[in-house]
Design a protein around this ligand. Structure first.
Ligand code: AHR
Length: 502
C-alpha cells in the first residue's frame, strides 16, 4: 500500500478562494438553453418557461457565475434578436454549430434565469462579426440606468432596473481559425483594447476578460498571450484559458495525469502575464479566468451524424463516467492550488451540453461529474494553504504524475480545515497522513468518498444513482495527526472542525 503525507502550515497560504472559480457556462448550443434551462411546454417549467428542476440542481451545485451566450456562438450573435416581444424575434442560421436559432430565449430571460438559479451572469460580447459599437450598445442596454436609446429600450422590454452585469468577456477563442471573425493576435489585441476602453468609459465598474489561447496545443500559444496583452494590458483585468481533456486512447493513468498538464498551462500563462507586466513596468497584475474546462470527447463521433440546420439537436451530450469525475476533481484541485492567480473558472458547460446536469421531458439528473463539483464548490471556501504532498509518482507524457492530488483550505470563520484529494492508484488503497499540530482542537467532521469499482460506470436517466458519494470514509485524528485510508480510484473530502463550533 502506498503512503502519502500532506504537509501544511497555516502561515504558508496560497490565497483566498475567489468563489467565482466555481462558475459554469451556458451557450446557445445543443439542448443547453432549449430543453435545458428553458422549456415552456415542460411540466417542470415556471410561468416564464424556466425549468424549476434544473434551477434547483444548479442552486445545489452552488455556481456563483454563469458565462453566456457563448462560446463559438457569440462570435456571430446579434443580441438584439433575442430581446423584446417573442413573436417579433427572428430565427437565424447559426453558423458556429450549423443549426437554426429561434431567439425565443435571450439576454433578459437569461438574467431572469440567473436570479432564479441563485447565480450571476458573465456576459460575452461578439468581437467576431461585430465590434466595439455593438459591445457598447449591449452594455448600455444592460447597465445604463435610463434616458438613452438602449436603456429606455430595456425599460420598454419590462426591465426598469439595469441588470448591472459586472463581468464581461471580450469575444471568444479569437485565435481559433474555426471562429467567425478569427483574428491575428495584433488585430484582436487592438480590438480588445479599444472595445474594453469604450466599455469602461460607459461603465467603469465592469471587469473585462481578454481571450487567451483556445487551448495549450494552439500553435500560437504563448505568442498570442504576449501580443494580446501587449496591446490591451491597461484595459483588461483577466486573460482566459480554455482546456478540455479526453481519454480517446483508453489509457486511464495518462488521462488522469492531465491535471499535471493543466498545472503547467496555468504556470505558463501566469509567467507570460508577469513578463508583459515587467516589460511594461506595471504594478497591476492580470489574473486568470479559466472560463472553459472539462472532459469532452465521448460525443465526438455521434455529433458527426447530426443533420445541419435542424433545431435543438442532441449535441455534445457526453455521458460521464467515474474516471471523468476523478479528473474533474483533480482539475478543481489544480485550480484551487493556483488561487492566488486563478480568480474565475467556468466548468463548460452546465446543462445537457458536456454538462453535470442532464434533462429529458420527464426529469433531470446528475452526471458523475456533478458530485465532485458540488462537493468542492460547497465546501471549498476560505484560504488555500500551500499543500505539499509527499507521495510516489508515475511516468506520464506530461512528466511525473503524483498518485495523489490534494489541496487544503482553512476557513477561520467557520473554523474548518478541508482537504480535497484524489487517489489515482487504480489498484491499491493509500494510507494518508497529515500533521495537525497547528490545528490542535480539530476533529473529523465528515469524510466523503466518491468511488466505484467500475471506472466506466455512469449515471443515466434510468439508473441515476449508480455513482454517488457516500459519507463513509475512515479518517480519524489522534495525537494531532490525521490518518485515513483512501480506497483505490477515489475522490475524498475530509473536513475537520473545531468541535462545537458548527
Ligand atoms: O464549450 C464548447 C465549445 O468549446 C465552445 O463553444 C468554444 O468556446 C470551445 O471551443
Amino acid at each position: 500500500m502506498k503512503k502519502a503525507t500532506i504537509h501544511i502550515d497555516k502561515n504558508f497560504t496560497v490565497g483566498e478562494v475567489d468563489k467565482r472559480i466555481y462558475g459554469s457556462f451556458i451557450e446557445h448550443l445543443g439542448r443547453a438553453v432549449y430543453e435545458g434551462i428553458y422549456q415552456p411546454e415542460s411540466p417542470f417549467a415556471d410561468k416564464q418557461g424556466l425549468r424549476n428542476d434544473v434551477a434547483a440542481l444548479v442552486e445545489e451545485l452552488n455556481v456563483p457565475v454563469v458565462r453566456y451566450p457563448g462560446g463559438n456562438f457569440v462570435s456571430g450573435y446579434r443580441w438584439e434578436d433575442g430581446v423584446g416581444p417573442k413573436e417579433k424575434r427572428p430565427a437565424r442560421p447559426e453558423l458556429a454549430w450549423c443549426v437554426i436559432e429561434s431567439n425565443q430565449f435571450g439576454l433578459n430571460e437569461f438574467v431572469d434565469w440567473t436570479r432564479k438559479a441563485g447565480t450571476e451572469p458573465m456576459m460575452a460580447v461578439n468581437l467576431g462579426t461585430r465590434g466595439p459599437e455593438d459591445a457598447k450598445n449591449l452594455l448600455e442596454y444592460c447597465n445604463f440606468k435610463k434616458g438613452t436609446y438602449y436603456s429606455d429600450l430595456r425599460i420598454r422590454h419590462g426591465y426598469e432596473e439595469p441588470h448591472n452585469i459586472k463581468l464581461w468577456c471580450l469575444g471568444n477563442e479569437m485565435d481559433g481559425p474555426w471562429q467567425m471573425g478569427h483574428k491575428t493576435a495584433e488585430e484582436y489585441g487592438r480590438t480588445a483594447a479599444e472595445t474594453g476602453r469604450i466599455m469602461k468609459m460607459l461603465d467603469p465598474t465592469v471587469e473585462l476578460v481578454a481571450c487567451g489561447s483556445s487551448n495549450l496545443d494552439m500553435p500560437t500559444f504563448g505568442e498570442w498571450e504576449d501580443k494580446v496583452l501587449s496591446e490591451c494590458y491597461d484595459v483588461v483585468d483577466y486573460i482566459s484559458l480554455h482546456q478540455y481533456y479526453g481519454n480517446q486512447a483508453g489509457n486511464t493513468p495518462e488521462f488522469l495525469a492531465n491535471s499535471v498538464a493543466m498545472d503547467k498551462f496555468i504556470d505558463s500563462v501566469v509567467a507570460i502575464c508577469d513578463a508583459v507586466k515587467a516589460k511594461k513596468r506595471k504594478t497591476k497584475n492580470i489574473n486568470l479566468s479559466f472560463d472553459e474546462w472539462n472532459v469532452w470527447y465521448h460525443s465526438n463521433e455521434q455529433d458527426k451524424k447530426i443533420e445541419q440546420w435542424c433545431q435543438v439537436p442532441h449535441q455534445l451530450e457526453d455521458v460521464y463516467n467515474m474516471e471523468d469525475a476523478l479528473l474533474v476533481a483533480s482539475m478543481m484541485i489544480t485550480l484551487l492550488r493556483h488561487a492566488d492567480r486563478v480568480k474565475i473558472a467556468c466548468m463548460a458547460q452546465l446543462v445537457n451540453v458536456i454538462a453535470p446536469i442532464m434533462t429529458s421531458d420527464t426529469g433531470a439528473w446528475r452526471q458523475t461529474i456533478y458530485y465532485p463539483f458540488a462537493c468542492i464548490s460547497n465546501n471549498g471556501r476560505g484560504t488555500v494553504l500551500n499543500t505539499l504532498v509527499d507521495v510516489p509518482t508515475y511516468e506520464s507524457k506530461h512528466g511525473a504524475a503524483p498518485f495523489l492530488d490534494a489541496v487544503s483550505i482553512m476557513n477561520e470563520e467557520a473554523k474548518t480545515l478541508t482537504i480535497f484529494a484524489v487517489n489515482k492508484d487504480l489498484e491499491e488503497e493509500m494510507e494518508l497522513f497529515c500533521d495537525l499540530s497547528q490545528f490542535k482542537e480539530y476533529q473529523v467532521k465528515k469524510h466523503v468518498v466518491l468511488t466505484h469499482e467500475d471506472l466506466k460506470a455512469v449515471n443515466t436517466e434510468k439508473d441515476p444513482w449508480n455513482v454517488v458519494p457516500k459519507e463513509d470514509g475512515n479518517a480519524t485524528v489522534a495525537d494531532g495527526r490525521l490518518q485515513a485510508t483512501l480506497c483505490s480510484k477515489s475522490f475524498h473530502m475530509i473536513q475537520l472542525e473545531v468541535e462545537g463550533e458548527n
